[in-house]
Write a protein that binds this ligand. Structure first.
Ligand SMILES: *Cc1c(COP(=O)(O)O)cnc(C)c1O
Length: 457
């Protein structure tokens, strides 16, 4: 098929949208390691998780054999409000670069939350509602997840309590107000509302908080209040399952035009967008039906997959959550204060960690100044102002497309453009003013986090 017949935007009809999420774990030969109880180190059962998580979400979390989960009709209808998301052929960028590469990106920023997070937020809110709960608690860092969840909860009439990392709460008032617009209550973390918050404040007075700490607070609040459960926007298998809608739509769109990607690139924080984007492609790769290069991109300031260890670790600072076997920098790790590019979680999805350990997925890291430079280069041609997180994937896609100029290769590159960056203008400002610096942790810095890994026997 001649290239020019491929439109700038490949849309799907509503009738072509996926009706089931794909559970990549069903096809993985080496399954991700189970979550363990932080005290007894025994695998967590449905009953163990029930006080914290919603019932149906626990079933999804623990199921590594069922390949497809039907998407309930209410969720499918909600998805239709902003999905299918476009798969865009970056003709303008290709021309500007003068590259023979063919570049496609799946844009998840065209909904209120400004990111892919709504795909899982609406599913989690739906199951909480179906269980008859009053509300949910969660944490948010930069605020995208909190925004998505607030919107999903208001849609289903659920109460939503968000612990927002204090540094972001103070520096990103606009996100906070978006959440409140959707009716969520937003508390800066660490707070004095929870035992774990008070303990962390006593140990680190004046701390600007961390994701791991906000998670501990949200979990404590959920377990101490009747009718509440805790929900999480990344890292967990259930989130990756919901995000498979990204990859499924991408695959349907590409298949419509007989396009086979050579490389699939995504940014990795906790791994949900990347896991979702690559899911059907990785499934084919594992089943031996096709081969793709799959690349995770992370910040050099928080190099979980490239420099972390693959080990059981705590998911939160307060050590109240189950242990997960993952690539980790240690639950006490915090990226340097000057890091503005997001993707700052110390761990990684257990499924993606296993895929990385099995050599099925590559990982690379990039510095934040090169990330913002790539974001700008992309914005000026493709018109979308990318989230700094998304720009990690852009950076690697651009590098590869530029490499193709030298080699003459007509590589087909697909990357995930997870969201827009309108709430990150303070970081862009720093970059424009030349005040942005790169910090790469030394091996000694990383050794500190590693020492605090739980002792396993
Ligand atoms: C949250 C977020 C990410 C990182 O989360 P993953 O779970 O790794 O996908 C990336 N991009 C945007 C825009 C986000 O909001």
């Amino acid at each position: 098929m001649s290239d020019k017949k491929i439109p700038y935007k490949i849309y799907l009809e509503e009738s072509e949208m996926p009706t089931a999420w794909y559970n990549l774990r069903a096809d993985m030969k080496n399954k991700p390691a189970p979550l363990l109880d932080p005290v007894t180190h025994k695998p967590m059962t449905e009953a163990d998780l029930a006080p914290v998580f919603c019932e149906e979400l626990i079933r999804q979390e623990l199921d590594d054999t069922t390949p497809y989960f039907e998407i309930p009709e209410e969720i499918r209808n909600f998805y239709k409000m902003y999905r299918p998301s476009p798969l865009i052929r970056a003709y303008c960028l290709e021309e500007k670069l003068g590259t023979p590469a063919k570049i496609y990106y799946k844009f998840e920023g065209n909904n209120t939350s400004g990111s892919h997070k709504l795909n899982s937020a609406i599913a989690q809110a739906y199951y909480a509602k179906k269980q008859g709960l009053k509300g949910v608690t969660t944490e948010t860092g930069a605020g995208q997840w909190g925004t998505a969840l607030s919107m999903a909860c208001s849609y289903f009439g659920l109460d939503c309590k968000v612990y927002m990392v204090k540094g972001s709460y103070e520096l990103k008032p606009f996100r906070r107000e978006v959440m409140r617009t959707y009716g969520a209550s937003v508390t800066p973390s660490p707070s004095t509302e929870t035992e774990v918050g008070r303990k962390i404040l006593a140990e680190h007075p004046g701390t600007s908080g961390s994701l791991g700490c906000a998670i501990s607070e949200a979990v404590e609040t959920a377990t101490k209040h009747e009718g509440y459960r805790y929900v999480l926007g990344s890292v967990l298998n259930q989130v990756m399952l919901h995000q498979s809608v990204i990859g499924l739509e991408t695959k349907i769109a590409l298949d419509k035009y007989g396009i086979k990607p050579d490389v699939i690139i995504g940014c990795a924080g906790g791994g949900s967008n990347l896991g979702g984007l690559i899911a059907p492609f990785m499934g084919e790769k594992i089943r031996g039906e096709a081969d793709y290069r799959i690349i995770a991109v992370e910040p050099a300031a928080c190099p979980t997959l490239t420099r972390g260890v693959y080990a059981y670790d705590y998911c939160d600072t307060g050590m109240v959550c189950p242990l997960a076997k993952m690539y980790t920098l240690g639950s006490s790790f915090m990226p340097a204060a000057n890091h503005a590019g997001g993707l700052r979680y110390h761990g990684m999805s257990t499924s993606l960690s296993q895929l990385r350990a099995d050599g099925l997925m590559e990982a690379t890291s990039v510095t934040q100044t090169e990330v913002f430079a790539a974001a700008e280069e992309f914005a000026r041609v493709e018109g979308i102002l990318p989230a700094p997180e998304s720009a990690h994937a852009i950076k690697v896609a651009l590098d590869m497309a530029k490499e193709c100029i030298k080699t003459g290769e007509e590589k087909t590159i697909v990357f995930g453009l997870t969201g827009t960056g309108y709430f990150d203008m303070m970081s862009y400002e720093k970059f424009h003013n030349g005040q942005m610096t790169d910090y790469i942790p030394t091996d000694d810095d990383l050794a500190v986090g590693r020492k605090k890994l739980p002792k396993m026997d």
